[in-house]
Design a binder for this molecule. Sequence first.
Ligand code: S3P
Length: 450
Amino acid sequence: MSSHGTPIPMVSHPSGPLVGDAHVPGDKSISHRALILGALTVGETSITGLLEGDDVLATAAAMRAFGAEVTQTGPGAWSVHGVGVGGFGEPEDVIDCGNAGTGVRLIMGAMATTPITATFTGDASLRGRPMGRITDPIALFGAQAHGRSGGRLPMTIVGAAAPVPVRYIVPMPSAQVKSAVLLAGLNAPGQTVVIEREATRDHTERMLAGFGAEITTEETDEGRVITLTGQPEFAPQSIDVPRDPSSAAFPVAAALIVEGSDVLVPNIGLNPTRSGLFTTLREMGADLSYENERVVAGEPVADLRARYSPDMRGIAVPPERAASMIDEYPILSVVASFATGRTEMRGVKELRVKESDRIDAMARGLEANGVTVEEGEDWWIVTGLGPKGVPGGGTAAARLDHRIAMSFLCLGMGAQAAVGIDDGGPIATSFPIFEPLMTGLGATLERTGD
Ligand code: S3P
């Protein structure tokens, strides 16, 4: 089912060359953070390039419910008049975060050290995802959580009235958990310390510093030690959200597997905590180049050029790279299907608790389209069939997961026969212009429902 209720079945047909420029939307991770930090800042924060996908719009609505003024001033342009650190008011109603794990987890952290009570829910996918990873650390600050069994939504958080700062070692590689703890630390007096053993995306740290927080990161034997001084005076910001490398992954991948393709994806952030997929594709022999490399607002940015790559080989993806490409394994498995040899993906247990169990979702859908997949709890291996070698002809379940839906539509573009998905609705959560963008490059996508 789509998050909007009515499923949107779709079919992707084998495609002629994909050619042209693909202007993908703003970064989802940075968009959530810009709204939340803007809401915690007195004065006007202006945002351009905001991703106007369902996930981020749910966060905008949530920030209004906590008392911020959040308005759209133009396409992708938003203004946030915030309430200040510790200034959140109690929402009058349940906060519905839709499909967004990042939204709900960051917001729970942001309100956990304010003496208010809020109840959170989401769609069927989000209601199935574990929240214990957030409620454990926020309990250390003094917040209480009352949810369903297994730490599932709906869940009520009672914010701490007298929060204390914490020192927390994040038990799994998760930028959401790290960020929730840092956001909770904002309204605790003294220093909150978060330690992560593996580096995950660092947008929260960068943006906190941008708003004026005192925050340091130290690489130690224990891992990355991040120290935040609580109760900062934030200054409103102008934020230009870079385009999302996780969305860029789809037109890039499609170009690599469709004969004759040549696609330019401009202005993509290549922050090393996010760019693992592109490194991996280049190691596999993809014709993927970085053009016009530059630094924008302290972030490395480039235009990506992807061309049809019939000589890709399967590789063993280094497990230590997993965090920097965690959302890209589904589309990597599609590219791997068109490579020669086996692509091994290990150290990826977190894929089991994303919007869907992404190993299972991809494995079943690839098998339905003639690709062999082996899997274990934290690993999977795709045996590539070489260029033009994927039969296709099957239908995959999207499981309320935007990245699963888009991955199978890309598979169909390079396969011998069309590939269907039961529901393209979830694509709107992160990449609402996916369909016109891909058809504009030459793809043939069809909505097959009534
Ligand atoms: C995100 C962190 C990652 C990622 C998600 C966005 C973020 O989740 O999968 O899409 O913006 O912090 P985890 O923290 O669960 O790894």
